[in-house]
Design a protein around this ligand. Structure first.
Ligand SMILES: Nc1ncnc2c1ncn2[C@@H]1O[C@H](COP(=O)(O)OP(=O)(O)OP(=O)(O)O)[C@@H](O)[C@H]1O
Ligand SMILES: [Mg+2]
Length: 209
């Protein structure tokens, strides 16, 4: 059975879709069978998947599908049986679909900017994960390498006994540019800093699966 990662965070624009795409590509490039499931009615990940189908540089096979509602749980089970990893991109709301996704996950990954409003906004997702008894890992996206605010957030997260992924993702145009072409940064610029960050974050995540 494959492992399921639900990328969830009530805060909009925190990087759920972008990171789902980046991690899916990096995992597939490392040799895993990977499915990416879009359950957000905005459909951004599915749109990325369609672009990817025509992208010459898209080397790794990522199966991108979308589903919502009562079919969600069965779709997650189906994908789990066929793939090593299933990444679920969820919408910025706490609703029954978010609950279904979290219920079906081995790990709930919460991306956030290292700033207080993003941690406050994560409360609903954290509560849901606790209710469903799911393991949660927070990660910093669009993080400065070393800022006072980032250190403060690290302290706050540790004080709450929450798990923070050591590896963070910086604010880099390379992420948005690769996404716009249906690619991951590990394909668009495999030797760049962004690609290095993604590979490091994936390696870190493996420690929780
Ligand atoms: N690390 C980053 N560096 C640069 N741009 C980023 C980064 N992470 C995300 N972005 C950009 O920020 C915007 C929001 O990211 P994304 O769509 O992944 O967030 P989201 O959490 O999925 O949003 P929503 O809640 O609306 O689904 C996108 O344009 C994306 O390309
Ligand atoms: Mg999104």
């Amino acid at each position: 059975m494959g492992k399921v990662i639900a990328v969830a965070q009530q805060k909009g624009g925190s990087g759920k879709t972008m990171l789902t795409a980046q991690f899916a590509v990096a995992m597939a490039a490392a040799g895993s069978r990977v499915a990416a499931l879009d359950i957000d009615p905005q459909g951004s990940l599915a749109a990325w998947g369609r672009l990817r189908a025509g992208a010459a540089k898209a080397g790794a096979a990522v199966d991108v599908t979308n589903v919502s509602g009562w079919r969600l749980a069965a779709e997650v089970e189906r994908l789990k049986a066929a793939y090593d990893f299933v990444l679920i991109d969820t919408p910025p709301v706490i609703d029954s679909d978010a609950r279904r996704a979290i219920r079906g996950a081995d790990l709930v990954l919460i991306p956030m900017n290292p700033s207080p409003p993003d941690l406050w906004a994560a409360e609903g997702t954290l509560k849901l994960a606790v209710e469903e008894k799911r393991r949660v890992v927070l990660m910093f996206n669009r993080a400065a390498a070393n800022s006072r605010l980032r250190r403060r957030m690290e302290t706050e997260i540790a004080a709450r006994k929450l798990v923070l992924l050591t590896e963070a993702i910086g604010n880099r145009a390379a992420f948005a540019n690769a996404f716009a072409e249906g690619l991951g940064v590990t394909e668009a610029g495999p030797n760049g800093v962004a690609a290095e960050e993604v590979r490091a974050a994936v390696a870190g995540l493996m420690g929780y699966l």
